[in-house]
Design a protein around this ligand. Structure first.
Ligand SMILES: [Zn+2]
Length: 301
């Protein structure tokens, strides 16, 4: 079994035909490895954009790809996709996080009227695998590729980050440091209909406290010092994606803020609970910011 790590660069472009913004792929970069992660082959191709001829300044700055280069490459998306199909063969396709695979699906939908990647049989989210290996379980903060490389003390000298092939190579370096042939198998998914339903499912935060998907029994917070259920002192209020209220732990004699976020995911509703210390100097902070604003507006005059 071989692996192909794919990385894409894309440019946000407005399509008059679709009447919306499309993340138009401008570069494919991939590296193919065998079961021992020895490099067998690499793939690097630019795609001449059809939707947006102008590159966003952010994309141009990040990738250093120029509009001339893209024009000169004179290759359409469907052409590059065909070449990539050959390159992939029956290997497992890996991407860092889901945004590359979702963008590939978005481009397929736009150019081929079908979001599925018909030649892909198996897929693996390398970011999930590395998060698992590094015990990174903070679901609200995904592990970025460069952060992971730093954690694993990988030397990035000589790599041009934010170019597709080099990002794919960097993903491979992370993979190499954490590779266990038996564990990776558990992260490989068969690209069937359920896979597409799951990967395109948009997680949402539940904002309405009366939403029937929320189990009322989930509205509790435990003291993070002693683990006991704390007593709620104020009404629940929704702020920045979480329900918040003040709590008191009678045993530890301390007050804190409890925050609960409900997320609707493909697998169902997940609950995330947090305990936040209430800052003591809240009032004076408010006064400070008032005076700061006051002073600034004075300066503007
Ligand atoms: Zn306590």
């Amino acid at each position: 079994m071989n692996f192909v790590i794919l990385d894409l660069e894309w440019n946000g472009a407005y399509s008059k035909k679709a009447k919306k913004f499309v993340n138009e792929i401008i570069e494919f970069g991939a590296v193919k490895v065998d079961e021992k992660l020895n490099i067998l082959d690499t793939f690097s191709m630019l795609v001449t954009p059809q939707i947006g001829k102008k590159l966003n300044s952010r994309v141009a700055q990040l990738t250093h790809i120029t509009e001339e280069e893209l024009k000169d490459s004179n290759t359409t998306y469907t052409h590059v996709l065909k070449k990539f199909k050959k390159f992939l063969g029956d290997s497992v396709l890996l991407t860092w996080g889901t945004s590359d695979i979702l963008t590939l699906m978005e481009n397929n939908r736009y150019y081929l009227n079908d979001e599925k990647i018909p030649f892909m049989t198996m897929y693996c989210n390398l970011q999930l695998y590395c998060e698992h290996c590094l015990n990174h379980h903070d679901k609200s903060r995904q592990l970025g590729l460069s952060t992971c490389a730093q954690m694993l003390e990988i030397d990035v000298d000589g790599l041009e980050l934010h170019r597709a092939l080099d990002d794919a190579k960097l993903s491979l370096s992370c993979f190499k440091k954490l590779y266990k042939s038996d564990i990776i198998k558990e992260f490989i998914e068969i690209a069937n209909d359920e896979f597409y339903r799951k990967i395109s499912f948009k997680n949402t935060v539940i904002y309405d406290i009366r939403n029937p998907l929320i189990d009322k029994k989930e509205f509790y917070v435990c003291c993070d010092k002693c683990g006991r259920k704390a007593r709620r002192k104020t009404k629940w209020a929704m702020k920045n994606r979480s329900f918040r209220a003040h709590f008191r732990c009678n045993r530890c004699r301390r007050d804190f803020e409890g925050r609960i976020t409900f997320r609707l995911k493909y697998e169902g509703v997940t609950v995330d609970r947090r305990v936040i210390e209430i800052p003591k100097e809240k009032k004076s902070e408010k006064q400070k910011s008032f005076f700061a604003k006051f002073n600034n507006s004075e300066k503007e005059k």
